[in-house]
Design a protein around this ligand. Structure first.
Ligand code: GLP
Length: 244
């Protein structure tokens, strides 16, 4: 889906999510959303907040699971995805405490395996993800599933590629402070979502969008594996579509 701008693409995605939230609420059901961070979903969250404040969209029936978090990191650190989600979405809507989940970057290392297995179990117990929102890294990563990630991978602790640390260094005082590890939902966790919406804006994403959509489906470009998902769409702006 190609939109004239990031704002318009984000609005379209927000309205699709809002429609599902309302449909589920009318049927007295929960709506389970997979959330992403980074610069890409900022307008999407701004539009969801606007729909809540101006058009009465309620998030009381919404359960969310975030894709990833740096490790280790304190939840209130400036660069933490916990903090990002609160600042951009959760502090401004009526989602009940306990209904949003973000990987915890403070879990002791010897408990991470169990913690990640529990994270996947909680997603399943919630009924699975209805809509998974994704951004895309310059190397094709989704969540923090870097090139080479296994299509059957579960939520786990991963090592970040140097290119990813470099791309995200602007958030930190200097490169040496960018964490080397992260907790991420696995590719199989993402693949179980009933619907996947990957968003990408700007000319710097044009090349990787093209490789993901038109290139070979390979674990060397994790987003290209989404070609095998039965209900996935890329919502992009004209600039990100330039190489298609
Ligand atoms: C980050 C996140 C991803 C995100 C991607 C793109 O490292 N872990 O979930 O989609 O990189 O970031 P941005 O949206 O800022 O371009």
């Amino acid at each position: 889906e190609i939109h004239p701008s990031a704002k318009e693409g984000s609005k379209a995605a927000a309205h699709e999510i809002a429609a599902l939230i309302r449909e589920k609420a009318a049927a007295n059901q929960k709506c389970v959303l997979g959330m992403a961070t980074g610069s890409t979903p900022k307008y999407l969250y701004a539009e969801l907040v606007r729909l809540h404040k101006e058009e009465g969209l309620s998030f009381k029936n919404v359960i969310t699971f975030n894709l990833d978090e740096y490790y280790p990191i304190e939840p209130d650190a400036l660069q933490s995805y916990n903090r990002f989600m609160k600042e951009h979405l959760f502090n401004h809507i009526d989602i009940p405490e306990g209904q949003y989940h973000i990987p915890d970057g403070t879990i002791p290392k010897d408990q991470i395996k169990q913690y990640c297995a529990d994270y996947d179990r909680r997603i399943e117990e919630a009924g699975g993800i209805d809509i998974q929102i994704l951004g895309i890294g310059n190397n094709g990563h989704i969540g923090f599933n870097e090139p080479g990630s296994n299509i059957n991978s579960h939520t786990r602790l991963v090592t970040l590629d140097n290119s990813t640390r470099l791309a995200n260094a602007y958030e930190f005082p200097n490169m040496s402070q960018v964490p080397r590890l992260a907790i991420t939902m696995g590719l199989s966790t993402i693949f179980k979502a009933k619907k996947v919406i990957l968003m990408a804006w700007g000319s710097h994403k044009a090349k990787i969008v093209c490789r993901s959509v038109e290139g070979q489906s390979t674990d060397q470009v994790p987003a290209s594996l989404l070609q095998q998902h039965p209900n996935c769409k890329f919502v992009i702006d004209e600039q990100a579509s330039a190489e298609l």
